[in-house]
Design a protein around this ligand. Sequence first.
Ligand code: CIZ
Length: 303
Amino acid sequence: MKDKEELINEIRELKRRSKTVILAHNYQRDEVQEIADYTGDSLGLSRTATEMDTDTIIFCGVYFMAETAYILNPHKKILIPEPRAGCPLADMITIDQLLKLKSEHLKVPVVCYVNSTAEIKAESDICCTSSNAVSVVNSLDEGEIIFIPDKNLGSYVESKTSKKMILWPGYCPTHQDITADQIRALKKEYPDAVFIAHPECETDVLDLADEITSTSGMYKFAKKTSSNTIIIGSEIGMRYRLEKENPDKLILFPSKGTICPNMKLTTLEKVYRSLNEEVYEVSIDEGIRARAESAVRKMINIS
Ligand code: CIZ
């Protein structure tokens, strides 16, 4: 079995020889972020994939993210090292449930969070991410909006707009595990700390936040805050880049358990195999992909 350094060197060499670009989501393992050419959020990475002059991209993240990269880059080969890396939040609404919801609220536009399957995106009017959800909702003329599948992000958006939101009861189990009591305890221990929360957290946790933002927004806020102690209300993979970019700041998480088990399924060994054997290729039925692309492009055009 190869040791970590050996694997990293071989991955770098294979990547160089095959002209493959590796993209890694902000929640990936430290060592996977280390070998990536780019790290970022799902939309940022999908857009980077569009700009890259390469035919093959390895997307280290969960399945809907690699799908989103494929939706925007159907002529490129998008590989995911671990195809079983799913997203429980994306799976909390099925296509039949969405069709039923739409039939109960005719003419109400559907905004779907990027954490959704390609099929769900194809049945939605417009997509959004955690960084542009408020502007996406505000861009619509209608006063009433169906927002799927994340109830926490949806109710945060509702608090920032004058729209009536029909929410779906989905949630991210990792962010849902962060509690207001954990944050209060950390704030008591570190009274000068600022708390940055992801909008996938529950409302009582968001009520304690100094800043509510996406993963990309967290990196920006961490750099500019004058506080030397930052509590992060999100997945533990954020620690890698936050500590690298802010060596003088103390980065704290509410618990050691703020882990997305699906994000951690991608390992260096699997990235090596993906490069070596060109597995596993993402593909989506063209009819679904084209309709999903329309929802994603509409979002890109307004943000
Ligand atoms: O869009 C993403 O990558 C997710 C799931 C979260 C975020 O805030 O970046």
